[in-house]
Design a protein around this ligand. Structure first.
Ligand code: NAP
Length: 290
């Protein structure tokens, strides 16, 4: 078994980006600038946003963090998005999900200028992804492609099963793994909560990408020997022995599945850091798209 080390790979990518930022500066060009909007005080969301801002500092990007209270109205948030769309200094921005119930996530996603949509959630970017046209790919699926690529995982002709069909992970992941691209050309099965006999489906897979948000869901009896496993899930579980009071679990029962896998991502240190690296890559791409 070999670990698909997202932490190391994302650090490699960040060093490459930092080098490019130096080159941009030397050429007298603009420093890439990423903004992040967060609404409310959700602990996990704050951790993710802070990690994104820290990554910006590491690669030499400028960053702006906009914290809005849970009480912010939908109109106020949309006004902030318009401001970011028109601010020439901001190259890309994200609105951290989830949003409070009184705000319509779709309205917010649609309000973001597709040319600044570095999370790749806008329908224009998702449509362009379907057509294999230049676009911002959704950060988590793009990070997974990058990880598989850097570990030279052969995907062509393989049987890939994706568990979970969310708009931000599972659905785009299934499209990307089926595209006629270097990391792609899989025969893909997209599964969800209504899927019957999931175990029969996962057992024949060469690659399993798990994104359902249920800790330790994928067990050894659900996979075949030599499988490649990508674990997207992150669940906080109480753990008094940790300073933070919790530990992170993935959607895969790691030890037993790892024993049968050829490659597997850990949690933490797998897909999470790759998502952040993708966001940095997308922000760099935003400069070119201009
Ligand atoms: P989500 O929107 O909650 O979607 C979960 C999906 O799993 C749904 O499509 C659901 O099916 C499916 N599902 C639920 N129970 C199932 C079952 N028993 N069998 C098969 N499918 C089942 O989740 P998400 O936003 O994609 O996130 C998934 C996990 O990834 C979460 O733990 C999240 O924290 C994590 N995540 C990590 C990163 C990262 O950077 N590492 C990024 C994003 C998300 P239905 O559609 O039928 O309800």
């Amino acid at each position: 078994m070999e670990l698909l080390d997202g932490k190391k790979t994302s650090n490699d990518i960040k060093e490459e980006i930092a080098q490019k930022v130096i080159e941009l500066k030397n050429q007298g060009k603009k420093t890439p600038h990423l903004a992040a909007v967060i609404v409310g005080e959700n602990g996990a969301s704050l951790t993710y946003v802070n990690a994104k801002v820290k990554a910006c500092e590491k690669v030499g990007f400028e960053s702006t963090l906009i914290k809005l209270p849970t009480s912010v109205t939908e109109d106020e948030l949309l006004a902030k998005i318009t401001e970011l769309n028109t601010n020439e200094d901001i190259d890309g921005f994200i609105v951290q999900l989830p949003l409070p119930d009184h705000i319509d996530e779709h309205k917010v996603t649609l309000a973001i200028d597709p040319m600044k949509d570095v999370d790749g959630f806008h329908p224009e970017n998702l449509g362009r992804m379907m057509l294999n046209l230049p676009c911002f790919l959704p950060a988590t699926p793009a990070g997974i492609l990058e990880l598989l690529d850097r570990y030279n995982i052969e995907t062509s002709g393989k049987d890939c099963v994706v568990i979970g069909r969310s708009h931000i992970v599972g659905s785009p992941m299934s499209v990307l793994m089926a595209r006629n691209t270097k990391i792609g050309n899989c025969t893909v099965t997209l599964t969800h909560s209504r899927t019957q006999n999931l175990k029969e489906i996962t057992k024949r897979a060469d690659i399993v990408i798990v994104a359902l948000g249920k800790s330790e869901f994928l067990t050894a009896d659900m996979v075949k020997e030599g499988v490649v496993v990508v674990d997207v899930g992150i669940t906080r579980v109480k753990d008094e022995s940790k300073k933070s009071g919790f530990k992170l679990l993935g959607d895969v029962k790691f030890d037993e599945v790892a024993a049968k896998s050829s490659y597997i991502t850990p949690v933490p240190g797998g897909v999470g850091p790759m998502t952040i690296a993708s966001l940095m890559l997308n922000t760099l791409q935003a400069i070119d798209m201009k």
